[in-house]
Design a protein around this ligand. Structure first.
Ligand code: FES
Length: 291
């Protein structure tokens, strides 16, 4: 029996790595239970293929890249960017490379500093538009990735679960004296859920020197959420002035019980603050990570 939900997920973009992690050597990743090899051709373009050599089943991620071809480390078979075998070193000159000597390839792009893969086409949804992360004027900081032993939907749920903020992230995202979730309305437009919450903002402190407060008294934080199916959130924070922050969160569904979350933070203020400040945000006394 075909599992429709699983099939639908295969036709969506999912992150599989931070782009900077995919260099000139093959990178092993896993998506929806599928072992993948991610590699860059000579022009830097990323490619995704099944991590399985068609010859004897060796993981291609154990091989290497030569120009715009992926070389299997076991017997040296080579594959081009479309997955076709281009060279079998052991083959005698008079025989042709079999047509079936090819590796399954998948659609792959690089965007927002991440490598994205879709296992099936046509794609169900486009990626969000986030000009703040691409205009070159905002400071962009990569955090995580955060590996969980859970379904990817749990990470998305956690990211937008307002009820836990005062207890797990006091001072950063909430206040135990205000545990009630602010009133908000969810609007569904196409495949995106939109909602906004407004809360009193905390002061910048040594623990969390990150807010863009522009009013000395009673600043408010406006959080505008877009939840893009299946596992991606765009959160824009504002304080009533020109300062803004965007959190872009995307979870990689590795398999049924494992996922990895990538959280990219952009902002148009404190541009000289070291990345380590946002990357190391912790709750003040517990030492637990904010992710
Ligand atoms: S297993 Fe890959 S070339 Fe033999």
């Amino acid at each position: 029996m075909i599992n429709t939900a699983a099939q639908n997920l295969r036709a969506c973009w999912h992150p599989v790595a931070y782009a900077h992690a995919v260099t000139d050597t093959p990178y092993a990743a896993k998506l929806l239970g599928e072992a993948l090899v991610i590699w860059r051709a000579a022009d830097g373009t990323p490619h995704a293929m099944k991590d399985l050599c068609i010859h004897r089943g060796t993981a291609l991620s154990l091989g290497w890249v030569s120009g715009s071809e992926l070389v299997c480390g076991y017997h040296g078979w080579r594959y081009n960017t479309s997955g076709a075998c281009t060279l079998i070193p052991q083959k005698v000159a008079s025989t042709a490379i079999p047509v079936k000597a090819r590796v399954e390839r998948f659609t792959c792009i690089e965007k927002f500093g991440l490598i994205w893969v879709a296992l099936q086409e046509p794609l169900r949804y486009p990626l969000p538009e986030i000009p703040e992360l691409e205009n070159g004027q905002w400071k962009v900081v990569n955090t995580g990735p955060f590996s969980w032993e859970s379904d990817a939907s749990r990470q998305v749920e956690n990211f937008t679960d307002f009820g836990h903020f005062p207890w797990v992230h006091p001072g950063l995202l909430g206040d135990v004296n205000r545990p009630v979730v602010p009133d908000h309305k969810v609007e569904v437009r196409d495949h995106v859920l939109h909602y906004t919450i407004v809360r009193p903002e905390a002061a910048n402190t040594d623990d969390f020197p990150v807010f863009g407060n522009e009013q000395a008294a009673a600043p408010e934080r406006r959080s505008r959420y877009e939840l893009h199916l299946p596992y991606t959130i765009v959160l824009r924070l504002g304080w009533g002035g020109a300062k803004g922050m965007v959190y872009f969160f995307a979870a990689q569904p590795i398999d049924k019980n494992h996922c990895r979350g990538y959280c990219i933070i952009g902002r148009n203020y404190d541009l000289d603050q070291p990345d380590s400040v946002l990357q190391a945000l912790r709750t003040p006394s517990s030492g637990r990570t904010s992710a």
